[in-house]
Design a protein. Structure first.
Length: 257
C-alpha cells in the first residue's frame, strides 16, 4: 500500500510539473514567424483586410477571401486582448519551402479566442497560407488540466491501471532477476518489462482507442504534446509479467535439475 501511495504521489508531481515543459515548448517557437503571425492577427482584429490580402499567396487572392476575412474579424471582441499565448507550433521543410503552423490563444475579459496562422517561407520571403479563428468558453490550460472533476469510471480505471501495471511489472522484474533461469534470462527480463495491446485515453474528452499491435516499456504511462494539450494515458496488458509469474517455479526447477 505504501509503495502504491508513493507511485501515486510521484505521478501527480510529474503531472503538475508544467513550468519545465513550458520552457522547453518556448524554445521550439520560431520567434520571427510568431511575430509576423501576431501582426497578421492584429491586422485582422483591426479589419485591415488589404494588408492581409497583400501577404497572401497569389493563388489564394480571390473574391471570396474578403468575405472569409470579414467573418473571422467579427469573432474578435472590440477590446485589446489581456494576453496572447502561443499554444501550438509546428515547423516543416520540404524542397526549400518551410511551413510554419502556429496556434495562439487570446484572452479577453469574458471569452477566449483560438487562432491559427499558417506561413510559408521561401528565399527569405514569407507568404500567408491560412488564417483561422474559433471562439472558446475557457482557456486551453483550464480545459486540458489534469483533474478528476467530472470524470467517469473509465478515467478512474485507466488512472489506477497506469499506477498499478508498472508496479506489477517492476515486482515481476525483481523476481525474474532473482530467479535462476537456465538459458537466455535476458529475454525473459525483456519480455517481462514490456506490456502489449495498448489502450489510450484522452483525459480531457474521454476519447479512447485500441492499438492491438503495440508495446510499452513498463506497461503504462502518459504523454502530452505540449503544456496546453490534453494528457494522453496509455495502458497495456502485462503479458510478459503474467506469463513469467505463472511459470516461475518451473523455470527455477528446470535450472537446478
Amino acid at each position: 500500500m505504501r509503495l502504491f501511495q508513493h507511485a501515486f504521489l510521484l505521478l501527480l508531481l510529474v503531472l503538475l510539473s508544467g513550468c519545465d515543459q513550458q520552457a522547453m515548448f518556448e524554445k521550439f517557437i520560431p520567434k520571427e514567424e510568431a511575430a509576423i503571425a501576431k501582426q497578421l492577427l492584429s491586422q485582422l482584429a483591426a479589419k485591415d483586410f488589404a494588408s492581409i490580402e497583400s501577404q497572401l499567396a497569389p493563388s489564394d487572392r480571390s473574391a471570396s477571401v474578403r468575405g472569409a476575412l470579414e467573418k473571422m474579424a467579427a469573432l474578435f471582441p472590440a477590446e485589446e486582448p489581456r494576453s496572447v499565448h502561443t499554444v501550438g507550433s509546428n515547423t516543416s521543410t520540404v524542397n526549400e519551402l518551410t511551413t510554419y503552423d502556429l496556434t495562439f490563444e487570446h484572452q479577453y475579459s469574458s471569452t477566449w479566442l483560438l487562432t491559427n496562422v499558417v506561413l510559408q517561407r521561401r528565399d527569405g520571403h514569407v507568404t500567408v497560407l491560412g488564417l483561422h479563428a474559433n471562439p472558446m468558453k475557457q482557456s486551453l490550460e483550464e480545459a486540458n488540466r489534469f483533474t478528476f472533476e467530472g470524470k467517469g469510471p473509465i478515467h478512474y480505471i485507466v488512472f489506477a491501471l497506469t499506477v498499478a501495471v508498472p508496479l506489477f511489472i517492476v515486482y515481476a522484474l525483481v523476481l525474474c532477476f532473482k530467479t535462476p533461469i537456465a538459458r537466455r534470462k535476458w529475454l525473459w527480463l525483456l519480455f517481462v518489462a514490456l506490456g502489449f495491446f495498448q489502450l489510450t485515453l484522452n483525459w480531457t474528452d474521454g476519447a479512447f482507442g485500441i492499438q492491438p499491435i503495440s508495446f510499452a516499456l513498463l506497461g503504462a504511462g502518459f504523454v502530452r504534446a505540449g503544456p496546453y494539450m490534453p494528457f494522453i494515458f496509455n495502458v497495456t496488458i502485462p503479458i510478459g509479467a503474467i506469463v513469467f509469474l505463472a511459470r516461475r517455479r518451473s523455470l527455477a526447477a528446470r535450472s537446478t535439475s
